[in-house]
Design a protein around this ligand. Structure first.
Ligand SMILES: O=C(O)[C@H](O)[C@@H](O)[C@H](O)[C@H](O)COP(=O)(O)O
Length: 239
């Protein structure tokens, strides 16, 4: 793992830096393998990045879009990560609809939705059960409790090592999430973390010793590149 940590002056600079990294890696993937895959994070931080990506001139038919996690709501719900990315970016560019792979949230049982999505990913990447595909880029955020994707502290999802997709749990509310091993098989993981409210958790995530079950972002140790892009409010003095 190649770990890079950059503290940027403010959130706008953090977004600009993440745009540079994402574009470089997507273009390299397309040159090398003819296609690129990116999993989007949810929450509020990545929205300006998605808006900036909508302004780019990319070979959209070579790009496949995933999500690292999803709230268990319909895509038109205000909390939907899919809905946010479509409005901020995907609805504005000519990406083939079949290249967009949202996490299903329409099964009565979220576990079935997780299983369905796992099968979709295995089919797309031609992997067999137990094998983990390497996505080119996985974007992540970090909550002020140290969670990432929908891997929340002291939840069962943190223990799942043999699946690509599992059910997360936020205060009893179901989520669909990439598992830690799927994230760790990515070629490049980019955390975007902004705001002073993230400092306490960040200091634990970067500490020499801390409980990963309490600070799940510590579980993210990808075999490829790991980038932590922090704004000064979050990272100054921590790293
Ligand atoms: O669905 C989600 O909420 C996310 O995937 C989650 O992991 C998010 O990235 C963090 O909670 C940070 O969210 P903010 O960017 O809003 O601080």
């Amino acid at each position: 793992m190649l770990k890079n940590v950059e503290v940027l002056p403010d959130k706008a600079a953090l977004v600009q830096r993440s745009l540079e990294l994402v574009l470089e890696r997507l273009q390299t993937a397309i040159q090398e393998r003819g296609m690129a895959s990116i999993a989007l994070s949810g929450g509020s931080t990545p929205k300006p990045l998605f808006e900036a990506l909508a302004e780019q001139d990319l070979p959209w038919d070579r790009l496949h879009i995933f999500w690292g996690d999803e709230r268990y709501v319909p895509p038109d719900h205000p909390d939907s990560n899919e809905g946010m990315a479509r409005v901020a970016w995907l609805n504005k560019v000519p990406i083939p609809p079949g290249n967009i792979h949202p996490m299903p949230t329409d099964e009565p049982d979220p576990a079935l939705a997780a299983q369905r999505h796992e099968q979709e990913i295995q089919q797309l990447f031609q992997t067999t059960p137990g094998e983990f595909p390497a996505l080119d880029v996985i974007l992540l955020g970090m909550g002020d409790d140290g969670h990432t994707a929908s891997l929340f502290p002291h939840t069962e999802a943190l223990q799942v090592r043999d699946r690509l997709i599992t059910v997360g749990n936020k205060d009893g509310q179901p989520r669909i999430t990439f598992t830690a091993p799927l994230i760790n098989h990515a070629r490049c993981v980019i955390f975007m973390v902004a705001g002073s409210n993230k400092r306490p958790a960040l200091s634990q995530v970067f500490a020499a010793e801390a409980d990963a079950m309490h600070y799940p972002s510590r579980l993210i140790q990808p075999q490829g590149e790991l980038w932590w892009l922090l704004d000064q409010a979050a990272g100054d003095g921590i790293v």
